[in-house]
Design a protein around this ligand. Structure first.
Ligand SMILES: NC(=O)c1ccc[n+]([C@@H]2O[C@H](COP(=O)([O-])OP(=O)(O)OC[C@H]3O[C@@H](n4cnc5c(N)ncnc54)[C@H](OP(=O)(O)O)[C@@H]3O)[C@@H](O)[C@H]2O)c1
Length: 337
């Protein structure tokens, strides 16, 4: 049943003010927090493990939790209107479920689950990438507990994936090598970390509910149990290479370029994962994303204009990626997964 502001109890503000976020100091969470705080409309609370040494952004309130003690998570989430989960892929698998169950107990109506990936409606690619069924189960759990989810469909993170080593977009900036998948012309829709942050802040700054049945404006409710589709660049590896050469002032002669077949690369990554070697995971994930006959491209559904997201400069984003290389190299365990 659609909900309307006119039917809510007196004092209903029709805005999302109190936002809790898991991973406030993490790769994507830090960008989401920055964008939320910049709106000046939200109080942001970091749900963070007690004793975590992750640096949390200034301006957030901190609610320490112990994932082995459900009561601490419920207490941390009490009074919040929206829970954003950006959880490390290395976290134990049941942590997401613990959070969602605690959110239901705390009375939180809306959850943004872990995801931040491709098109949730492309079931086949989700299965091939192995992440689709997991994310589907996480969304199902939220619904089964009587809450609504809003997930972000952004494709690969452009700057992170360019910076993140050979197993992602094929670039190794230290060795100046590039592994080109097939002929390097397959395009993917990608989003920068900052574009994802802005999109989340835009959606959470919408009116929570339509005023009444005649109100057709975009609201948070427009996204209940749906994806927010966004993009920065629809781009091939060859396009990226041109940008990298411009930004670094290098030429073809400075780079060693090799070619690999995406289907062979996918099979190799899968074989590694099956033997418990998770280094194969990003290899299979990105190889699958670049299949020439079925690439990861959600750009036809992107809602950038609807959300008022800016166009970005490719070369500036490439520079951001290059600046990120060393930082990601320090996160050895995280980047190996
Ligand atoms: N589209 C893409 O290209 C792409 C790429 C990578 C990831 N992703 C998606 O984005 C999600 C978030 O990734 P991220 O890189 O932002 O995460 P991250 O920075 O690695 O970690 C986020 C937070 O998870 C918490 N955490 C870490 N280890 C944990 C553990 N063992 N138990 C419980 N909590 C733990 C930490 O928060 P505290 O220390 O504050 O507790 C950390 O700040 C991924 O799971 C994946 O779904 C998408």
């Amino acid at each position: 049943m659609p909900q309307y502001a006119k039917d809510q109890p007196a004092g209903f503000a029709n805005t999302i003010e109190r936002v809790a976020i898991v991973g406030a100091g993490g790769t994507i969470g830090s960008h989401i927090v920055k964008a939320l705080l910049e709106t000046g409309r939200h109080t942001v609370t970091a749900i963070s493990r007690k004793g975590s040494d992750n640096k949390l952004p200034e301006g957030v309130q901190i609610a320490p939790v112990n994932y082995d003690d459900a009561a601490t998570i419920v207490a941390a989430l009490k009074g919040q209107q929206f829970l954003i989960i950006t959880m490390a892929p290395t976290a134990p698998r049941d942590t997401h479920s613990k959070l969602v169950q605690a959110a239901a107990k705390a009375g939180i109506p809306y959850v943004m689950p872990n995801g931040y990936a491709g098109d949730i409606e492309n079931v086949k690619i989700g299965e091939d990438m192995m992440l689709g069924p997991i994310a589907q189960a996480q969304r199902d759990e939220i619904e089964s507990l009587g809450m609504q989810w809003i997930t972000v469909c952004c494709g690969f993170w452009f700057d992170y994936s360019l910076a993140g080593g050979e197993s992602r977009f094929g670039f190794d900036f230290d060795k100046r090598t590039l592994t080109v998948f097939d002929d390097g012309n397959t395009k993917n829709s990608t989003s920068t970390l900052s574009q994802v942050g802005r999109a989340v802040a835009k959606v959470l700054s919408l009116k929570e509910l339509p005023e009444d049945e005649n109100d057709k404006t975009l609201t948070l409710a427009s996204y209940f149990n749906k994806g927010v589709y966004i993009k920065s660049f629809v781009i091939s590896q060859n396009d990226m290479f041109e940008s990298v050469k411009r930004v670094t002032g290098t030429t073809d002669a400075d780079w060693t370029v090799t070619h690999e077949d995406t289907k062979k690369r996918y099979a190799e990554g899968l074989a590694q994962v099956k033997t418990g070697n998770m280094a194969g995971f990003s290899k299979l994930l990105f190889a699958r994303g670049f299949y020439p006959d079925d690439p990861s491209d959600l750009s036809a559904k992107a809602q950038n204009e609807l959300l008022g997201l800016p166009d970005e400069s490719l070369d500036e984003s490439t520079q951001v990626a290059i600046d990120l290389v060393k930082e990601l190299q320090l996160r050895v365990e995280r980047m190996a997964s």
